[in-house]
Design a binder for this molecule. Sequence first.
Ligand code: AGP
Length: 647
Amino acid sequence: MCGIVAVIGSREAAPLLLEGLRQLEYRGYDSAGLATVEALAAGPAGSPAEGRLTCLRAEGKLINLTHRYEQHGAPGQCGIGHTRWATHGKPEERNAHPHLDGSGRLAVVQNGIIENFRTLREELQAEGVVFRSDTDTEVIPHLVARQLERIQQGRPASGALLLEAVQQVLPLLHGAYALAVVWAALPGALVVARKAAPLLIGLGEGEFLCASDTPALAGFTRTILPLEDGEVALLTPLGIELYNAAGERQQRTPSLLSGTEHVADKRSFRHFMLKEIHEQPETAALWVARHLPEGGTAGGQAGASLVALPLDEGVYEGVERIQILACGTSRHAAQVGAYLLEQLAGIPTSVFYASEFRYAPPPLSAHTLTIGVTQSGETADTLAALAMEQERRSLVADPAFAPRLLGITNRPESSLGRLVPHILDIGAGIEVGVAATKTFLGQLLAFYGLALAFAERRGGGATGHGPEQLRRLVAALRALPEQLKALVEDHDRRCAELAHLFADTQDVIFLGRGINYPIALEGALKLKEISYIHAEGYPAGEMKHGPIALLDARVPVVSIAVPGLVFDKVLSNAQEAKARDAQLIGVAPEGPDTELFDTLLPVPEVDELISPLLTVIPMQLLSYHIAAHRGLDVDQPRNLAKSVTVE
Ligand code: AGP
């Protein structure tokens, strides 16, 4: 949520800031802004030059800010920028960042939420400060300016002075934030800080670029220094001074961004989302190549087992329960994962909304593995829930309750990667579309790997999934990339042809059962978030207990019906909907059983346990084409952001 950038060096800052913001626009696009500081004249020997601050802001997408920059310019080699996802205050220009102090000489951008901003605002107002926005952020420039006034006492403006003021203000701020501050008096320095929100510094040749996420850094440098929680840094063209929350100087070796996966390119596709749907066969092929070793045998010795995951053996040992924390689409992947972990590996598994878990955690259970699932690795609810679990378990003396945390993510370098000791990297490459598609498939595959790895170590046991069945599942997974390729191409065409039928649709019901119930939920979420059509996912058997009252000829029903445990039941549930005149769309194999559907989106017949990896494709493409047909902004749907870094 919200992206911030900051730059200092010898080049003009504004073009670098705009390019950085372009790469971060997926984090929010309600408004954008930048502030630069231009050196006016060299100061007396030994003192820094005085400068002038230019602040430009525009409501709406980044292009509006770019136009404003083209008209007005923003000179200077030091600056900060922001792309906003509105939390406090409407998405209007006056609430756009940067926010300024009363003198207009100090500017701040912030990503996060200052939870005690009302108290701070009242305190400042009582001192005569006039606020110009409704945001929580605006307290920060006023607080820093007040602190500067208190401590300056005739000292010349310097980076050390600004740093000291910011360090003294940070303890007053409650909540999670990443922020950057520039001061007109200081054209050669800026200060950045973070607490429970991401911020990375990219190291160039005599210049530094800070950003909320790696895509903004990838075109600038591959050498990065992620700020740790609570750290503050003073940046000048000469170097970085890094301090922890206690004010102690820190030294750390920078790391390298790997590969080209941080560069976003739409290729010839109309939208990133469509490109990312089409990349799923590749996501699956990479996963198969990495994790299903040739010649692996169920129950084999290390190196010869069916599944090779980069996890210490200790992750599997003695696990009696699993709890999974996630939000949105990641939570749907977790629900499929829970089904697999219970039915394949026989481990009792619960899935929680991360945002609920933190405030109503279940009683502590012994020998429990906690898995956090987040494609971005930055979802504040998920991170906070994991941190809470880590903390409450660390307080228990009995080692049976000790924290055991595992993360599943597409961004191993994210805050999640720094929070948990074990990571399963889904390796799907950067996903730009706000609607998660290939990362969902990657998360599903991670759960297939984990469930198989547990099942293999437990020899099937109570669930009756012996080595033979595990081998069959692995063989089915190997066939997946080819099946996905054919399916994506076929359904891209079919769904494009179908989309016009939904031109006036207001409600859609998605039905599934068993392992495909979470796919019905995911189908409904995809449709809601990009087409703004109301949609609900239900377990098909639950319809008759109330929701069936919604059905009539105006409400299409998408039913996932794959051969297996509940095939006949799902077909009966679909018949019940048809009897209420609903237009029935089936996601099912072709055959006499599925002739009841008005429209069929055919999927190959596979082991029911594997089917979610295929049934999700028509869900994604149907939503995509409906939204595209309606002419909506598929990649940047209203009110949403790719990375939800506020609780
Ligand atoms: C996915 O299409 C959604 N945009 C959203 O539900 C997302 O899955 C959720 O915010 C969690 O994100 P995460 O995977 O980065 O934690």
